[in-house]
Design a protein around this ligand. Sequence first.
Ligand code: G1P
Ligand code: ZN
Length: 540
Amino acid sequence: MARIDTTPFEGQKPGTSGLRKTVKTFAQPHYLENFVQAIFDSVPTLKGGLLIVGGDGRYYNDTAIQTILRMAAANGAARVLVGQNGVLSTPAVSAIIRKYKAQGGIILSASHNPGGPNGDFGIKFNGANGGPAPEGVTNAIYARTQKIDHYALEDAPDVDLSKLGASQLGDMDIEIIDSVSDYAELMESLFDFPAISKLFEDGMSFCFDAMHAVTGPYAKAIFTRLGAPEDSLINAVPLPDFGGGHPDPNPVYAKELFEKMFADDGPDFGAASDGDGDRNIVLGRKLYVSPSDSLAILAANAHLVPAYKNGIKGVARSMPTSGAADLVSKKLGVPCFETPTGWKFFGNLLDDGQITLCGEESAGASSDHIREKDGLWAILMWLNIVAARGQSVTEIVQAHWKEFGRNYYSRHDFEAVENDKANAVMQKLTDQLASLPGKKFGAETIAKADSFTYHDPVDSSVSENQGLRVIFESGSRFVMRLSGTGTVGATLRLYLEKYEAAEGDLNQDLQTMLSGIANIAEEITTLRTLTGRQDPSAIS
Ligand code: G1P
Ligand code: ZN
């Protein structure tokens, strides 16, 4: 074993979802090693423990895994399970940690960010519950990176990641496991597979876009088994650079899917996932289901799915996610929690049995079956609900709005803004928060304006500065926050929401409905003047 001297790097602070930087940053000597050593130093249970390692297969995945294995051996891990070829989706890692009672897992992914030598890379640590390390742990890891002066590395040749089976690295046992089977088995235990198969048998047309990312092999194993035709899975071969695209399921990057779904003779059911398989989008013919609506609809219909047939205990959504789920939880008589952005904040509520389902506006939804968001799970939920209700996706969404009203909702992103300009926008809004309540803008009056602070009801931890929100008396609102996952400059996210009651107009053009709120947000923040950006770079 070698002890290698090193010095700290600036900025190894995990963001919304682990440490995410360009490949070039990660490839600097000692950069990855420092962070990995900080994980081992901050999580003492890994010594003598079982660790799960896998990633989304992006460029640098295999190089990073070889380093992590050498370091795991040198840091005294007893055993490591690695996905074949280094590949495991994020939800699969979570499922495997739980199934094999591991002490934790290291996931290599930059999620929906682009890949390749000029793209992004990322690393995050998940704990023994299968979920992203909570802030206490990520803060400890960060603190360690600032003081680090050496790391430990076992002197050993590369492990053959392609061959299933057991081997040894130093004193540590390694097992290369099938990337898909544990996860597929879990899915089968949750859903009514025969009912979903019947949909395909009866000729339901389907399209799943794997975006050349990790879900390709998972989708092949699961959907093909259910009877979906081979050619209904598109971009299903994973590529280290995702075919040059962003593996981000939205109208811009999942263009092929959106074109198919909005064609006159398009499929009945469309879906996509992201780089590491934790996100999902679902579409009906000529209809994109907003992820906020999707969470609400899953909550309202969960009892139709075998795993949730006894009902759900509660729901949680991230603060910027629309209030559609709140309306459902009220009807069901179960609590609805509002957490900061990022999956790590759902962990305590799930572990404590306070919620069954949770989700975010950013195309993430999941349940207490694991501790990550789960793209294919959400799509299987929808398929199961379509089968149980005997209605199409589009019919289910329309029926939901007719019952609960519609939360018109959209997110406008201003990406790669210079840091000082983005900070100036946030500061300008922050400075006005106290004086905004009571102010009138046309027909809207501001009821409340604050910086969101979360008090975790389970461990009483407090997380401040989790986004600025301006709420109107009508229930409409806008939220502004800085992204914690970007790698270039700052990304400003503006979230817009307007509620229309069930008797109202439920099929208006989304952006037109939200333009009034968008204009007020502009008037208050002067975002366009301060950043020099006229239009958002992405709208979802
Ligand atoms: C984004 C999403 C957030 C999600 C995270 C990881 O974080 O907004 O909901 O949990 O990616 O997938 P952000 O860039 O906004 O910090
Ligand atoms: Zn992801």
